[in-house]
Design a protein around this ligand. Structure first.
Ligand code: TYM
Length: 374
């Protein structure tokens, strides 16, 4: 890995160079042809793809081919429930919802309360399992139809995964897993087995249907190591290679590459109250000049500004986004004004989200895969 940045599923350090990361991981950049093909099949291209949040893939073109031929395919993504959900986590879930709506496919969603227990010295199973339920509320709040979303909570639903995970584990050597995840002699053995469980869900739809079901995994690029390994062994186990669609990270409020759930000041959580969101936004790093006078004279730099990035995340209207960009560049808007606009957008989004989240509280069981299989 390059000296200036470091990316694993558990840690991101430094300023991420997304091109270099692709070279390192060996995934492909999304090109115009694939995006146009998606547009012609779906009737539109989701703004998270259009605006370059999603920028890379493995075999996404094959999924489009499979969809075009009417063959079965499904979505898979997940969450390591270590704490509340932040706005970055919503990125792959929002896109997954769009695929569900546009293509009528099902989403298998894994809550890895086991992983988060193993990964954090301090965490208890009670806590991570509690967050699996809390985080499920955020997912359901996005409006998935009950028959399209299947939630798997690892510590409770291991039965559907265990046989597949064993087959996976038998194919994965210690040296491959160690090299892929950077494990060392002091890594606990739970964490060493865990990749088999995250990979297993990619093969679950095929097992459940008893026929080949292709799988598309929308996630941020940090999850690639799992699916690289999954692709290496899929065919020897009789499963199709999972395809992936990768996003960049939503930046932290402080301007670092990744908003991180474990750094409270870096993140806006869906459970934050309005006051703390306002304070967090008002204190955020920006691409603006140090004084209002300099900003008016020279303009700011939206390309490095997390506030502008969050505008792009919360405002699907391209015209508004274009105006903010030009006004910032031309010095016609000050950072304080831009932050106030952003606060209003996030406040409106969260008002609806929080209500939907509360309504989901007594409905989680309806979305559990285990309940549907009984
Ligand atoms: P976790 O909980 O670290 O992250 C959940 C999802 O959010 C993405 N993500 C982000 N996306 C954009 N900007 C950010 N700042 C940001 N931070 C996190 C992650 O890439 C992920 O898609 N091991 C996984 C859980 C998991 C999973 C999966 C994820 C199980 N199966 C299949 C993706 C696909 C984890 O701990 O994710």
């Amino acid at each position: 890995m390059s000296e200036e940045f470091y990316v694993t599923p558990w840690e991101v350090r430094g300023k991420v160079d997304y091109r270099k990361l692709l070279e390192k991981f060996g995934a492909k950049e999304l090109d115009v042809d694939v995006v146009n093909r998606l547009g012609s099949m779906a009737g539109e291209v989701h703004y998270l793809i259009r605006r370059g949040f999603f920028y890379a893939h493995r075999d996404f073109d094959k999924i489009l081919e499979v969809a075009g031929r009417g063959l079965p395919w499904a979505l898979y993504t997940g969450r390591g429930p270590s704490g509340p959900v932040h706005i970055g986590h919503l990125v792959p879930w929002i896109l997954a919802k769009w695929f569900v709506d546009r293509f009528g496919v099902e989403l298998f969603f894994q809550m890895t309360d086991d992983e988060k227990f193993l990964d954090d010295e301090e965490a208890t199973l009670k806590e991570t399992n509690g967050y699996a339920y809390e985080n499920s509320l955020d997912l359901i709040a996005l409006g998935f139809p009950q028959d399209k979303l299947h939630i798997i909570i690892d510590t409770e639903d291991i039965g559907v995964l265990y046989k597949i995970a064993l087959k996976v584990a038998k194919k994965l050597t210690w040296s491959a897993v160690r090299a892929t995840f950077g494990f060392s002699d002091s890594t606990n053995t739970g964490l060493i087995f865990f990749p088999s469980l995250q990979i297993a869900v990619a093969f679950l739809p095929t097992e459940l249907r008893g026929e080949t079901v292709h799988v598309l995994i929308p996630a941020a690029i940090d999850q690639d190591p799992y699916f690289r390994l999954a692709r290496d062994i899929a065919e020897t186990l009789g499963y199709p290679k999972p395809a992936t669609l990768y996003s960049r990270f939503i930046s932290s409020l402080r301007g670092e590459s990744k908003m991180s759930a474990s750094v409270a000041e870096s993140a806006i959580y869906t459970t934050d109250d309005e006051r703390s969101i306002r304070v967090k936004i008002m204190n955020a790093f920006t691409g603006g000049q140090p004084t209002a006078e300099l900003q008016r004279k020279f303009g700011g730099n939206p390309d490095i500004c997390p506030v502008y990035e969050y505008h792009k995340l919360f405002d699907p209207n391209d015209k508004n986004i274009g105006e903010i960009y030009e006004n910032c560049r031309g010095g016609h808007i000050l950072c304080g004004e831009c932050k106030a606009l952003l606060f209003d957008k996030i406040k409106s989004f969260l008002k609806i989200h929080v209500e939907a989240r509360e309504k989901a509280r007594d409905k989680i069981h309806m979305y559990r895969l285990s309940a549907k299989l009984r």
